[in-house]
Ligand binder design. Structure first.
Ligand code: WTA
Length: 658
């Protein structure tokens, strides 16, 4: 390294606050600091600004109805269609030639869809679904990887007013069945397979296995042929080839169904404290306006930008910030099928350079991997098209933030570190890139109109500098409306900790710990429930545990998250064997297999530690925090409250020796 570079590294390392460059501020969609006050003074009417980003078939009567809180309703009386907002209106405005989706397959093939093309495909597939019998309010499950047919199917469902439930393609057959059962979903769109690191993966086999576990009749399954001759597969009676069906509807036109603002746009399952995933319900008016507004204000997206979010559409980030937000704004959204290091570790930067990407949004886990691979990979490419960078999904450590700032953004791009959740529908805590000072490691203040607070166990605000629990004390348009067919669990999961129902005060609790500084900047520390965050993916430890205790030979198991250099957290399993079974490689393999079968490779245990006992308190509760510390290699705190303190050293010795 040259002296100059060393100086630069030192300066960066010490710098704690960064200002957005003037060139960015000048062109930013939002650059007036007064916006925070404006939202506060005009609440809830301020949210008209979000609604104004959309085209409504019928104007709404009220911005917010809170008569039945926390079952809030937004933009009531309004009617609109999400696919018309993402497609038709851009075409009608003469922007049909703009590229909507720039897709790149893992093997290097590309597909470009202009807004004209995308509308055509969406109408054809909507006509197909309708012909199969899909009606308004039928839940259609989409079990598809990152191929263009996924957003096409989402928008086709939206056009018909049929909510979609996207199941991440990396999830197992069991996970698919659980979600289809929970949503009573009678339609499935899936594909034969897809590519991962150059290999053709069989997907239809997994889909079929999942279908075997669905406990009601599934009327139709549409199968996209992604692999062609590479994978032979047969279709059963109710299974149809996507291309064959769509060919029958070439040129079809399907009027978008006008939906009430509060009608469900989609369901998205996410992990919670119990073993059963939660079906988060998002609506048409509130969700879409919030996705569009935050894409405009935080991601600074404009119609002539090329924007790339590297998440998978199977997660909420992809829903809000690959599909709905960017397309509502009429921009070009890049979509990449594959892995970031295939065929080489510069694949991401090659895509940025080739497409002149203006805005790039990714996860800290990816940034830590890029960092590990080295700066030489981005250096091989011209990344000067970039104007703004973003991160989401987990806390970002200042070192990774600075690496991203320097090596990807060339110290010229602001970074937005955006805190939000499946349930919030869109971003909640982040700096606005044209306004705020950035502090690496801290997401920033809550967005205008968002009343984020850090409180102690009693709900009182903590003093700056202290840690506590994050709460949101006012509703916002993008919020979940309920858990599908489970209003009680909705109240219990999110509104029971800090609300006071007797005085009709409702406080949303996202189950994250956080701290706040003198400037009101929030640093999110992580989950305070039994959910862990592996590579930015939310996994319920209970879900993993129930998969493991189902394995023959395992009597009891505890799953915790331990620190991991790249993944943020990794899955650690502590297991007790059943009498008559031997601990060892074979059982370990079956434990891992059990997790893969019930959830999928994202939940694959980093380590399985066999132990004769789990550390428990005198009242019999497993001391998870202790197991987390062991997994993370942290110093162990006081163990005197344990019933069986001697077991801790035994377990720790085992982990150390591995
Ligand atoms: C975590 C992903 C710190 C947090 C959009 C939250 C973050 C959970 C950040 C939601 C961030 C997300 N900084 N932590 N910028 N963004 N999280 O539902 O713990 O998959 O509760 O939504 O991810 O995960 P989910």
């Amino acid at each position: 390294m040259t002296d100059e570079n060393v100086d630069l590294e030192v300066r960066l390392e010490e710098q704690e606050a960064f200002e957005p460059p003037e060139s960015f501020v000048e062109q930013a969609n939002v650059s007036d600091e007064g916006i925070y006050e404006e939202f506060e003074e005009n609440w809830p009417e301020c949210w008209e600004r979000a609604a104004d980003m959309l085209e409504w078939d019928e104007e709404y009567d009220d911005v917010l109805v809170d008569d039945d809180a926390p079952f809030y309703e937004w933009f009531t009386g309004g009617q609109l269609n999400a696919s018309a907002n993402c497609l038709d209106r851009h075409v009608e405005a003469g922007r049909g030639d703009n590229v909507a989706i720039e897709w790149e397959g893992e093997l290097g093939e590309t597909r470009t869809y202009t807004y004209d093309d995308l509308l055509e495909e969406v109408e054809e597939f909507a006509a197909t679904l309708r012909d199969l019998g899909v009606e308004e309010d039928d839940v259609v499950t989409l079990y598809l990887p990152m191929i263009p047919e996924l957003p096409i199917a989402m928008l086709a469902c939206a056009r018909l007013g049929a909510p979609h439930s996207v199941v991440f393609a990396g999830f197992s057959a069991d996970a698919l069945a659980t979600r289809m059962n929970s949503a009573d979903s009678e339609y499935l769109v899936t594909c034969d397979g897809y590519y991962r690191r150059g290999d053709a993966l069989d997907h239809i086999e997994k889909a079929n296995e999942g279908l075997a576990g669905v406990d009601h009749e599934v009327s139709d399954v549409v199968v996209v042929d992604r692999l062609g001759d590479e994978l032979e597969h047969s279709l059963s009676d109710n299974q149809h080839d996507y291309d064959d069906l769509v060919a029958e509807y070439a040129g079809a036109s399907v009027e978008p169904v006008s939906r009430d603002a509060e009608d469900m746009l989609f369901l998205m399952y996410t992990s919670g404290t119990t073993g059963k995933p939660k079906g988060v319900k998002h609506t048409t008016g509130g969700y879409l306006s919030y996705a569009a507004w935050t894409s405009h204000a935080v991601l600074d997206i404009e119609a002539d930008d090329t924007y790339w979010c590297s998440a998978d559409i199977g997660w909420i980030t992809g829903h809000s910030y690959i599909v709905y937000g960017p397309l509502a704004l009429g921009t070009t959204s890049v979509m990449y099928e594959g892995t970031p290091d295939y065929p080489e570790k510069d694949r991401m930067w090659e895509i940025v350079e080739k497409n002149d990407v203006d805005i790039f949004y990714t996860a800290p886990t990816a940034i830590r991997a890029f960092m590990k691979w080295g700066a030489e990979y981005p250096q091989e490419h011209d990344l000067s098209s970039l104007r703004l960078l973003g991160t989401v999904g987990e806390p970002i450590n200042p070192r990774a933030w600075k690496w991203y700032y320097k090596h990807i953004g060339n110290e010229e791009c602001p970074i937005v570190d955006t805190w939000w959740q499946t349930e919030t529908g869109g971003m909640m805590i982040t700096t606005l890139p044209g306004i705020g000072t950035m502090k690496p490691g801290s997401a920033g203040p809550p967005l205008p109109g968002i009343d984020g607070r850090i409180v102690d166990v009693d709900g009182n605000r903590v003093e700056s500098g202290n840690a506590g629990y994050l709460t949101v004390d006012q509703p916002w348009p993008g919020m979940l409306r309920t858990l599908y067919q489970n209003d009680d669990r909705f109240i219990e999961e999110y509104w029971s900790e800090y609300s006071d129902p007797d005085s009709d005060e409702w406080v949303y609790f996202p189950e994250d710990g956080a701290k706040i500084d003198d400037d009101g900047y929030i640093t999110v520390l992580g989950r305070v429930d039994d959910v862990i965050n592996v590579s930015g993916h939310r996994l319920g430890t209970m879900e993993i545990e129930s998969a493991i205790v189902g394995v023959e030979g395992v009597a009891e198991a505890a799953v915790v998250g331990g620190d991991h250099e790249v993944k943020g957290e990794a899955v650690y399993v502590y297991a007790i064997t059943e009498d008559g079974y031997e601990e060892g490689d074979e059982l370990e393999e079956r434990v891992v297999e059990g997790v893969l079968e019930s959830i999928g490779p994202i939940a694959k245990p980093e380590e399985v530690i066999f132990t004769p006992e789990l550390p428990k308190t005198r009242s019999g509760k497993i001391m998870r925090r202790l197991l987390e510390d062991i997994a993370s290699g942290n110093e162990l705190g006081n163990t005197s409250t344990l019933r069986n303190p001697e077991i801790v050293d035994d377990i720790a010795a085992q982990v150390d020796s591995d």
